[in-house]
Ligand binder design. Structure first.
Ligand SMILES: Cc1ncc(COP(=O)(O)OP(=O)(O)O)c(N)n1
Ligand code: TZP
Ligand code: MG
Length: 207
């Protein structure tokens, strides 16, 4: 079955000071289907603790947890993994995590990278950034026209980068399955606002 819907990604700064679990729970209440734990620190103990708590929260809401970059943490928790071009081999991750694991691959704006990721065993292909991103200002840009060719590869297609309530329709109308968002979801004043944003994004995605 293809993953579909709102794919929230955590941000260490936006979700600091006790906001991680309440804001993620609010997004789940608002209908977020997939969550990526993206934490670039080297604090292994905190990362393990947070990812474990997020796994529990996601399973309560029947959502899928995916770990960014860290194969061993994904293996330890038996959850999904997202790998970029510099993050190690998809083939190796597939071997370690097994056939049923969700493994996502960053393809920027490239069908060649997407074909390679598919051949190596990726479950979904992530394209972007499509719009300037506050979270990752130096992310490589992608052209929206890549999406029609990407869909022909037959895997779940994810779009990322600067996605907001104002531009999300440009991606959903191309048939993108997963809408990955950091800032538009989690740059909020309180958990109620996160839940409202999630509901608004989800209703646009499923229009
Ligand atoms: C869903 C999704 N798509 C793309 C990325 C970017 O991955 P990567 O290129 O490895 O960059 P970092 O996120 O690791 O900085 C992603 N994380 N998630
Ligand atoms: C991790 C990543 N990779 C490309 S853009 C991006 C960040 C997306 O965050 P935002 O939704 O705030 O632009
Ligand atoms: Mg990465």
């Amino acid at each position: 079955m293809k993953l579909h819907g709102l794919y929230g990604i955590t941000d260490t700064e936006l979700l600091a000071n006790g906001r991680l679990l309440p804001y993620v729970e609010a997004a789940l209440k608002g209908g977020m289907q997939v969550l990526q734990y993206r934490d670039k620190t080297q604090d292994t103990a905190r990362r393990y603790e947070e990812a474990t708590a997020l796994k529990q929260l996601c399973s309560h809401y029947n959502a899928q947890l995916i770990i960014n970059d860290d194969l061993l943490l994904a293996k330890e928790l038996a959850v999904g993994l997202h790998l970029g071009q510099e993050d190690g081999s998809i083939t190796k991750a597939r071997q370690l995590l097994g056939n049923n694991a969700i493994i996502g691959a960053t393809c920027h704006g490239s069908i060649d990278l997407a074909q390679r990721a598919k051949a190596e065993g990726a479950s979904y292909l992530a394209f972007g950034r499509f719009f300037p991103s506050k979270t990752k200002p130096n992310a490589k840009p992608a052209d929206i026209n890549v999406l029609s060719e990407a869909k022909a590869l037959g895997l779940t297609i994810c779009a990322i980068g600067g996605i907001t309530l104002n531009n999300v329709h440009l991606l959903t109308k191309q048939g993108v399955n997963l809408i990955a968002v950091v800032n538009e979801l989690f740059d909020a004043n309180n958990a109620e606002q996160v839940e409202k944003r999630a509901k608004q994004l989800v209703s646009t995605i499923f229009l």
